[in-house]
Design a protein around this ligand. Structure first.
Ligand code: C5P
Length: 239
């Protein structure tokens, strides 16, 4: 039995809620990432392996988390020519991650190549095909014009991506435009708490009410003196 499923349900959230919460393992050390993931597993069924951890530990970061029973959100934000993205996605498709991100800005041919690469890699490894998740606009891009999110959403859907990353204020519009597309939302904070560099922070219950399917949460818990206590408080309204 995995470490994750052996946590008594009474300590955290039920499995269907844990599968909507992704812990951002934004650290440069796999041992520290494993410690955080284990400590916070009563609340998080998904872990995000992003550029920092992947640069430090590579594919081992994915397999280590999969072995512990987590769904892995591999946030590599692929963006290159279609051939290169397709080949990289083929490698990623065989790692056992459940999600892989790529930039919608890369366009239709690039996203299609990414989706096909994921399918090929997963088939070769006899794994379930990871879901391609398109990044609409980086939250740091404050100059992005308003029409850009719907445009990138359309490209993502047409090229076969299963989901998109968007900010909470975009959720309602995206739900109406593409109801079957998975909506992944960062920028989650407890009401009235430190926002760090997140300009559009919302609480987990607000994000869920607006239609988020997966919430990516990092510093609100990882920077706390007691991460488990911070998670328990942040997610108490969801229990
Ligand atoms: O802010 P927090 O630590 O919860 O960030 C979790 C994830 O959200 C990060 O790993 C990053 O991918 C994303 N993020 C974002 N915009 C920011 C800060 C972080 O989309 N301004």
């Amino acid at each position: 039995m995995s470490d994750v499923s052996s946590n008594p349900a009474s300590e955290g959230l039920p499995p269907e809620m844990r599968s909507k919460l992704a812990l951002a393992l934004d650290v440069d050390d796999l041992v520290e990432a494993m410690r955080l993931a284990k400590q916070l597993s009563p609340w998080f069924g998904v872990v995000k392996v992003g550029l920092e951890l992947y640069s430090a530990a590579g594919p081992d970061a994915v397999s280590a988390m999969v072995d512990k029973g987590f769904d892995v959100f591999l946030d590599l934000k692929l963006h290159d020519i279609p051939t290169t993205v397709g080949k990289a996605a083929r490698v990623c498709g065989a790692l056992g991650a459940k999600y892989l991100t790529m930039h919608a800005h890369g366009g239709d041919a690039m996203l299609r190549a990414g989706v096909e690469g994921l399918a090929e890699g997963a088939a070769r490894a006899e794994l379930e095909q990871p879901k391609a998740i398109a990044i609409t606009v980086l939250t740091s891009d404050s100059d992005a014009p308003e029409h850009i999110v719907p445009n990138r959403l359309r490209v993502a859907v047409e090229s076969g991506c299963a989901g998109i990353v968007c900010s909470a204020p975009d959720l309602k519009n995206i739900r109406e435009l593409a109801p079957r597309t998975l909506r992944v939302v960062p920028g989650i904070r407890a009401a009235g708490s430190e926002r760090h560099d997140q300009p559009k922070a919302v609480t987990p219950e607000q994000a869920l009410a607006e239609g988020a399917n997966l919430m990516v949460i990092g510093r609100a818990v990882t920077l706390a003196d007691d991460p488990a206590a911070a998670a328990a408080a942040l997610f108490a309204p969801l229990g």
